[in-house]
Write a protein that binds this ligand. Sequence first.
Ligand code: PLP
Length: 398
Amino acid sequence: MTELPLVVPRPADPMPIEPAAKPEPRPYRSWVEVSRGQIAANFQAIRDVVGPEVEIMPVVKADAYRHGAIEVSRTLEEQGARWLAVSNTEEGVTLRDAGIRSRILVMADFLPFAREALLEHGLTPVIHSLEGLATLNQLALARGQRCRCHLKIDSGMGRLGVRADAEAIGEAIRAAKNLEVEGLMSHFASAGNYQSSQTEDQIRTFDSVVSALNTAGIHPNLIHLSSTIPVAYGRRQCWRGMVRPGHAIYGYVSPARGNAPGRILKVKPALAWRASVLSVKEVPAGALIGYGGMFRAPRPMRIAVLAAGYADGIPHRLSNRGSVIVDGKLCPIVGAVSMDLTTIDVSQSPETQVGDPVTLLGSEGQVSIDAQQIAKLAGTISYSVLCGIHARVKRIYV
Ligand SMILES: *Cc1c(COP(=O)(O)O)cnc(C)c1O
């Protein structure tokens, strides 16, 4: 999932830019506008690519990459999603409390203190170890019920997942009489890197475990390996019966490296992030702006102070290097990004006044800034830019 370029990145697909509407002022310091329609369109674009036979389990962890898990999950349910994936039990309980009825896979939990709630709320755990299978089996027994779970195989990522041999896995599954292991899954470490054989190696390792289990009479009916990238670049041999896209649901596909096939999935960002102008001032040539006097005005300048800073998720690394969109024009961030404030040069936009909305991420007119561009400037990845948008930033659904 890294986007840090090891080699010259492939040129991005040319994106037709439709002029975007001017944002409306809102009574918030900073807010995101999330398009339910675009989330739905992205889901359907994935549906078109994988076809009707492959189940799509959208990943809505981390509050749907900060798009708001409840609203996003409702939208996806309306679009026909029968499964959703979250990271932890608390995220799953939040969705259940909001009335989400789909199956919910909890991909990265099964901590002792979370297990009761996991079962209580009808969530489906991913089990990562043979001991985990035995523990879940005991819990199921104690509750007098059969529990369904998915078993994760560590096929070479070296993070979560069982690394035991197929025989030991088969024995553990057979011994867990109160469990239905309905899914087998794995996760790729280098899905977007076509210079590396790691993905092929992982597929081979995974398939050898699955076929040994099949031979032993164990046939989970859901096999899933693919996040966004194997879907978007058409690695069909690992779609199997189910795919787990996250990034693409929100409109992003990271660039691939090496000799990658063309992208077959077209999605668009569903989120725009804005902030209000809190103050505007003229400063003389030579004035220093913000902490550390990091910027010195080379000429008289008009500076706008935005009501958002790194506590809202604007990367501090954008100090003196990022841009925002004001009135359809790119305006540079000048000086250090502070905790709750960011200073920008609006000399080119003399009409800017207090209360005006500016776009931190999104489109205005012909200009757009997306999470991948911000990530590049900030030396991080687009996932981290999206997940960095703080909970205090208001969410509006459009
Ligand atoms: C986050 C995650 C995904 C989704 O990945 P994207 O790159 O956002 O599509 C899929 N599977 C697992 C196990 C994950 O942790």
